[in-house]
Design a protein around this ligand. Sequence first.
Ligand code: SAH
Length: 224
Amino acid sequence: MNYSRLREKLINELIKEGVLRTPKVINAFRMVPRELFVNEGFRELAYVDSPLPIGYGQTISAPSMVAIMTEELKPAKGDKILEVGAGSGYQAAILAELVKPEGHVWSIEVIPELAAYAERNLKRAGYSEYVTVVVGDGSAGLPENAPYDKIMVTAASPGIPEPLTKQLRCGGRLVIPVGRLHLQVLKVVTKDLKCQVSMRDSVPCVFVPLVGKYGFREPDLKLL
Ligand code: SAH
């Protein structure tokens, strides 16, 4: 399987569709081998624009969704970033590529087995130095390393958890899918230098649910 050819083809499609826009983000997509972040049985599909199962009922997001969220977050060299929902570790690797070498990504994952999976994948791809995977409920953020320049939530949330806007630096940005269980809108929250919070809607999207303190409640999750 010639992964670099497939990768380049997908990148060109995403550029044509207008979801990949900035040279830095395009370069990050070139640098991160997505085939190392999908389960062995799905390797040939690594460069198809679709989410793929990673076990435990969770998925690695579609490349176009990773592109849209990354473009909206605008990660910059040196940024401290919090990701909620490590999953496969792919999105964390893309973020790491954009903030390294001075920046750092903390990625929190509630399913311990997936946290280990993300860590393994990140190590193989050469990003462990720039990403710290933490096991826990990230719906309340990760106060230890706050404030963050950027925060990205990669699971569907019923609202914008207050601890996340609190843990965002003034001048920072938060990207989070907010809505109902089967349909959300990607919200882009900005906190300006005077610490005023404002937000706007990006695109409609469908994510697996955020669980935990500020996530969906057990009775709702039973409907899945
Ligand atoms: N960003 C991932 C995809 C994430 S899928 C990637 O690039 O592959 C969403 C992930 O969020 C799942 O792994 C799920 O277990 C996790 N998750 C759900 N609720 C969470 C919470 N409260 N804290 C941390 N992780 C959570």
